[in-house]
Every structure is written in C-alpha cells, then in structure tokens.
Design a binder for this molecule. Structure first.
Ligand SMILES: [Zn+2]
Length: 303
C-alpha cells in the first residue's frame, strides 16, 4: 500500500507546476505594467517572459499584448483581476513575437477587439508555425489550448484611438526587434508603451527583423515624444534615461564596434570577441552577448 502511494507520488510530482507570478505595478493613475520574468519561456511562465501594459477605463480595460499562450492569457487575466473587474475590451499586439499575440484567442472569446500594425499582422501569419514548433519544445503541455488568432483591425503607420476617455496614438515607425513593432503613446499621461523596442534590465537580442539600424531610428522617433514613463517590452517600467542606456546605447555600441571590425577587415570571430563588459550588468548578457555580436556582424556585412 505504502509502495503504491510512493509510486503514485513519484508519478504525479513532475506534473505539479509552480506558476511564475506576474508582477502588477502601477505606473500612474489607471496605468499599469504587468511584468513577467526575464528568463526564457518555460512551462512555469507559459511564455509570459515579457512585460505587458494595462489601462483601466470606465468602458473597460485596454491590454497591450495578450501573452505567449492560452494559459499565459489566463494568467494575465488573473493579474488584471487584481486591479479591476472590468473586462478587456481592446488588445493591442505591439509586435510579432509570440508573447505579443498568442493569447489573442482567449481575449477575443471574451469580447476583446484586437488591433495591430499591418506589418506585425503579416509577421504573425508568416511565423505562426515557427512559434508553435518552438513553444512545443519549450512549454510542452503548458502550450495546451493555444490557437492562432489574428488581429481584427490593422493600421499601416499610425492609428489614433479614443477609448474610455483616454487617447492612444499607435505608431509603426519601421522595423525594430520585429518587422511590425509599434509603440503606443498616451499624450496626456506622457506614458509610452514601447513593446520590444525597449528592453530594460536584461540584454536585448537583435531579433527577427535583423535591422538594428532601423531599430535605432525607431527608438529616436519614439523618444521625440518626450515620454515621462516607459513601459518596456521586457523589464520593469523605466525612465527614458534607463531605456536609452539599456537598449539604445547597447545597440549603438554594438554597431560601432562591429563597424570597426569590418573596417579592419575582421571576421565574425573578431566580432564575437568584442569586449562588451560595459553592458555586463544586464541580465542574460553573459549568455546572449556573443551571439548578439555575431548577428549584428551578419547584418552589417551586407549593409
Ligand atoms: Zn519580446
């Protein structure tokens, strides 16, 4: 009898999941960041390894990015319930990565209207099976219930949205981390939701857009709005100075150093060996920095 119980416990134990909590942080009145962990996607974080945005209005909630899976969307919704009982009426997908849009089906089934840029929508369609193949490996059973569900409304470069007494300006200024990245500006609150255009606290990866030159320009365009608060795609809400230091300065540094390697007739190995210790304070930098240098080298070789 005892043996049976032990066998049973042993069999059940690996299935028990310790969910990684999302941290809800108030930024200013009615505006929140929902901060996921900085590590890789795994069954405990449901691919919610990113930061999401929330604005609570009289008409309902507006959510920026729907989570990395169906269970991820459920988890986001539970986090939203800690600050409001209003339903999510609008979801904005700020870019092409899985955690920006794979929770769409959950929120659409509950009445949400999903908006993204034309380029991000095309990116979602183009990379759906890539996302599922990768998440299948990283999440396993935690991916259950996830289905592709695309935006209801797309815009080319700019969309002005009024919702629940708040103004939102959605801008796609060019490729950054992904080809369709957008930033969302709240002019009265001076809040900027940057999506993956800004990483704070952790090192960015160059991303599938493979266009670090455009990313730098998009960042400059975003900063020209003079935001007071930045809610990044990864990391806690930040000041413009921190966003600049952790994202823009790092991108510029890598491009400058790789340009020197190219000028000297160096190869990818020389790029990999660039001294990046100035940015070693960023989380996951030790794991990602050499690959970043190589990817920027690959891009710049053909510029
Ligand atoms: Zn991301």
């Amino acid at each position: 009898m005892r043996k049976t119980l032990l066998t049973l416990l042993f069999a059940v134990a690996p299935l028990i999941q310790a969910e990684t909590a999302l941290e809800v942080q108030r930024v200013t009145e009615n505006v929140y960041a929902i901060v996921g962990e900085l590590e890789q996607r795994n069954p405990d974080n449901y691919a919610n390894n990113a930061t999401f945005g929330l604005v609570v209005t009289e008409e309902g909630a507006l959510l920026i990015d729907s989570g990395g899976s169906f269970k991820g969307a459920e988890q986001l919704d539970r986090a939203i319930r800690t600050v409001t009982d209003k339903p999510v009426k609008i979801v904005i997908n700020s870019g092409g990565q899985d955690h920006r849009w794979l929770g769409n089906s959950y929120f659409k089934a509950r009445g949400a209207h999903v908006i993204t840029s034309k380029a991000a929508d095309a990116d979602h369609h183009a990379r759906t099976s890539d996302h599922f193949n990768r998440l299948d490996q990283l999440l396993g059973k935690a991916l259950e219930g996830t289905e592709e569900s695309y935006a209801d409304q797309i815009f080319e470069e700019r969309m002005d949205l009024k919702f629940g007494g708040f103004d939102f300006i959605l801008i796609h200024a060019g490729p950054a981390h992904t080809v369709g990245d957008i930033f969302i500006w709240m002019p009265r609150q001076r809040v900027m939701f940057s999506g993956d255009i800004v990483y704070t606290e952790r090192a960015l990866g160059p991303g599938p857009a493979q266009d670090s030159a455009s990313w730098i320009k998009v960042f400059e365009t975003m900063m020209s709005y003079q935001p007071k608060y930045i809610i990044p795609g990864h990391g806690h809400p930040a000041t413009p100075e921190q966003a600049r230091a952790d994202t823009y300065d790092y991108l510029k540094f890598l491009r400058q150093e790789v340009a020197k390697v190219l000028e000297d007739g160096g190869d990818a190995q020389d790029a990999i060996e660039i001294d990046q210790s100035r940015f070693s304070y960023l989380k996951v930098h030790d794991r990602i920095s050499r690959r970043n240098a190589q990817e920027i080298f690959n891009q710049m070789e053909f510029e």
